[in-house]
Ligand binder design. Structure first.
Ligand code: NAP
Length: 248
């Protein structure tokens, strides 16, 4: 494959969990991969993901960037374009939770989640679109959540951000379809990652009890859906639930 035929993916929040699996799955499929993390504590993990990507024979770039800060996002996307020349696929995966009942939720809990999960997605898409529009090609996959579709007590801030991502997905799909840029979302149910582990045994058991397939999903199962969407030519503005039937 010549250099210009190589495809590249940018995955936010890929130092661990679902984003890590997405980056590795794309690397195994032959993509060069740029991965984004936000905290210094994640640097070693992100470097490890980058070296696993390299061992697949793909180019890897690990970049620290807080997606809730538009100036950092613009600089990060410029670095990816410098390194790869293009971004064929953008996966907006970075996300956080700051759970609590709304009555007791602080401004900080509301702002942090909306800033990282929702404004972050807008900032990263905005920064990537000029290159995709010029290329007249692009695929964007946003990580929503089952709670963005169905709500969840204790997660009003998070549900709002994930429902917002669905609105962003559909709006941008309409804005850029004429440029052959397809925008979709994946809405995972309960997936076995640090985020799910942080819920504690009792809540986890209760959640698993509501899943028809009787188990949490794996990050690899979400990654397959993201790779599938990245390869599509006539699906846009859609939300695919990867939830073991939880949302039926
Ligand atoms: N796990 C689930 O059950 C589940 C279900 C539905 C949807 N999801 C969604 O799937 C995505 C991944 O979830 P996960 O469980 O894999 O999460 P995770 O294990 O907690 O990992 C989150 C990743 O996002 C990064 N990140 C967080 N804030 C960021 C910011 N402001 N800027 C850049 N990177 C940031 C983290 O890096 P740092 O630590 O360095 O910040 C980390 O790499 C999230 O959007 C989540 O909402 C997860």
């Amino acid at each position: 494959m010549s250099e210009s035929d190589r495809k590249s993916v940018l995955v936010t929040g890929a130092s661990r969990g679902i984003g890590r699996e997405i980056a590795l799955r794309f690397a195994k499929a032959g993509y060069d991969a740029a991965i984004v993390y936000s905290s210094d504590a994640s640097k070693d993990k992100a470097d490890e993901v980058a070296s696993l990507i390299s061992s697949c024979g793909s180019k890897a770039l690990a970049l620290k960037c807080d997606v809730s800060k538009s100036d950092e996002v613009n600089a990060m996307v410029a670095s990816v374009l410098d390194a790869f020349g293009k971004i064929d696929v953008l996966v907006n995966n970075a996300g956080i939770t700051r759970d609590g009942l709304l009555m007791r939720m602080t401004d900080q809990q509301i702002d942090a989640v909306l800033d990282a999960n929702l404004k972050g997605v807008l900032y990263v898409i905005r920064a990537c679109l000029p290159a995709m529009m010029k290329a007249r090609s692009g695929r964007i996959v946003n990580l929503s959540s089952i709670v963005g579709l169905h709500g969840n007590p204790g997660q009003a801030n998070y549900s709002a951000s994930k429902a917002g991502i669905i609105g962003v997905t559909k709006s941008i799909a309409k804005e850029v379809a004429s440029r052959n840029i397809l925008v979709n979302a994946v809405a995972p149910g309960a997936i076995d990652t640090d985020m799910f582990a942080s819920l504690g045994d009792k809540i986890r058991e209760a959640i698993v009890g509501t899943i028809p397939l009787g188990r949490p999903g794996t990050a690899a199962e979400v990654a397959e859906a993201v790779l599938f969407l990245a390869g599509q030519t006539y699906i846009t503005g859609q939300v695919i639930q990867v939830d073991g039937g939880m949302g039926i």
